[in-house]
Design a protein around this ligand. Structure first.
Ligand SMILES: [Zn+2]
Length: 336
């Protein structure tokens, strides 16, 4: 069953004052799941589906999504030529999730990381408790991360902003990432909840939806990524840095209440989950990690997500993780 379309046009929260965020019915459909009503907050353009039932309204890319193959997580293949700067040592353990992280080395000026802005201007992702599109949050945070990485010497950092509606943008996004062929892709998102958790409230005279039940960041990898080991290595560093910044990870994805969106928690200390079907993680040919920076459907956390202070915290966490990814000595010695 598809959820109701939340259609509205209203002012944003503090940081968006004066900017009217127009949420079209089409954009609101991005709230809709591929399969069912409680799946909509995670992008349909990033998510695989086991269903063949066509969406009634949504442009969710069923055809583009593929069911997870019934196979164990596999060791990554040999490093690709474009990743020659990464001296990747892959353990031969049969279960990569239980394996030790790989050791990576790279030269910051030559290291190429793509910061992928989740969703598009046409398909904006989740809608916050105060009616601001997730894409707005993603774009601002991704730009801040890009600036931080460049300031820290990672001159090859690129921002990936995709256009178009869900299905087309899925193909466009993955192709663009693969054509850029970076060493690493980091996809930036902000979290919401399944529809069943939504409650009503009024903001600036308009009925809105919220859920204060969950909060926190989360880091996702796909065990179907062709370079899962490297993906996991960076995810571990990123999650550790997010925690080191004083942030708390979202626990709910490990809980049965999330239904089909319960995911294996690979690191219960830092909040690394596997979400194998996410297209942007499994169809990209490079190591790829997705960061849900925090919940924008949580009324208090939305305000935090809207702050420069939080963007700076996350950006420093990402930059530190990338430095450590390139040289583990950085964590001990500081900038080399
Ligand atoms: Zn998203």
């Amino acid at each position: 069953m598809l959820s109701v379309v939340r259609k509205s046009a209203g002012a944003g929260l503090g940081g968006h004052r004066g900017r009217r965020i127009i949420v079209t019915a089409t954009a609101a459909l991005l709230l809709l799941p591929i399969e069912a009503s409680d799946a909509g907050w995670l992008s349909d353009i990033f998510k695989g589906s086991k269903s063949n039932k066509p969406p009634k309204h949504s442009v969710a890319p069923k055809q583009a999504a593929e069911p997870r193959r019934a196979k164990p997580a596999k060791p990554a293949p040999s490093p690709k030529p474009r990743a020659e700067k990464l001296a990747v040592a892959k353990p031969a353990a049969p279960n990569p999730a239980a394996a030790k992280p790989v050791t990576t080395r790279c030269e910051p000026p030559k290291f190429r990381i793509v910061i992928d802005v989740g969703h598009t201007a046409e398909s904006e992702g989740a809608i916050s408790a105060r009616n601001v599109a997730e894409f707005v949050f993603n774009l601002r945070l991704a730009k801040r991360i890009e600036a931080q990485l460049k300031a820290d010497g990672f001159a090859g950092t690129r921002l990936l902003v995709t256009e178009g509606k869900a299905r087309r943008s899925l193909v466009t996004r993955v192709n663009a990432a693969n054509n850029l062929a970076p060493n690493l892709l980091l996809s930036i998102h902000h979290d919401s909840v399944p529809d069943k958790f939504l409650e009503d409230w009024e903001f600036e005279g308009q009925k809105r939806h919220y859920s204060d039940r969950f909060s926190g960041y989360s880091v996702f990898v796909s065990r179907d990524n062709p370079d899962f080991q490297t993906s996991l290595a960076f995810a571990e560093l990123l999650a550790r840095e997010m925690k080191a910044q004083g942030l708390t990870y979202a626990k709910q994805y490990s809980q049965p209440i999330m239904g089909r969106f319960q995911h294996p928690l690979l690191n219960k200390e830092t909040g690394v989950y596997s979400y194998d079907q996410l297209i942007v993680l499994r169809k990209t040919k490079m190591a790829a990690v997705l960061l849900e920076s925090g919940s924008i459907i949580n009324r208090e956390e939305e305000l935090k997500m809207d702050s420069d202070e939080h963007r700076n915290v996350v950006s420093h966490g990402v930059a530190t993780a990338v430095k450590e990814f390139c040289d583990s000595r950085w964590a001990i010695l500081g900038p080399l």
